[in-house]
Design a protein around this ligand. Structure first.
Ligand code: C2G
Length: 133
């Protein structure tokens, strides 16, 4: 069984997120999503509209997602890959190269982002407070 993992906040879930999850799952048999906690988002300088518990609940309802675990910091990826027997790490290419250190532990693939949609754009278009990205 080929296990895939990906990471993110997945706030205000949109087509770009779903397309990433769909393509990641298609590269294996099992997809684990490591979703940022509210505390980690604060470290990332992001404030999600939807709480960690609700973002986890929503992700668990997606057909492409098999397991959801918490992302509490930047430095858990190696242990996540090892402890979960992960074969493939997938991220959108806005992260191109940033996680190549994982190549010692698993395959690493960066997928093209979906153009024209982002959580920041949604918030901006709705006239909401936008994080300092
Ligand atoms: N994404 C995408 N297309 C978009 C928007 C997002 O493919 N239009 C992808 C991102 O590249 C990422 C995933 O969807 O792989 C989740 O995006 P975010 O929730 O914005 O994740 P981010 O805040 O970048 O957190 O440790 C890594 C971080 O947790 C990543």
């Amino acid at each position: 069984m080929k296990k895939v993992i990906t990471y993110g906040t997945f706030d205000l879930l949109h087509k770009g997120h779903i397309r990433l999850l769909k393509r990641a799952k298609a590269l294996g048999d099992h997809l684990t999503v490591c979703v940022s906690t509210d505390e980690f988002n604060a470290i990332k300088g992001k404030k999600a509209y939807t709480s960690f518990e609700d973002r986890k609940y929503i992700l668990e309802a997606i057909r492409y997602v098999d397991e959801v675990i918490p992302e509490k910091g930047w430095d858990q990826k190696i242990s996540d890959v090892v402890d979960n027997n992960i074969d493939l790490f997938v991220m959108g290419d806005d992260w191109q190269g940033k996680f190549d250190f994982l190549k010692d532990y698993c395959e690493v693939v960066y997928l093209p982002r979906t153009e024209g949609i982002s959580t920041t754009k949604i918030k901006h278009d709705l006239g909401m407070q936008v994080d300092a990205d």
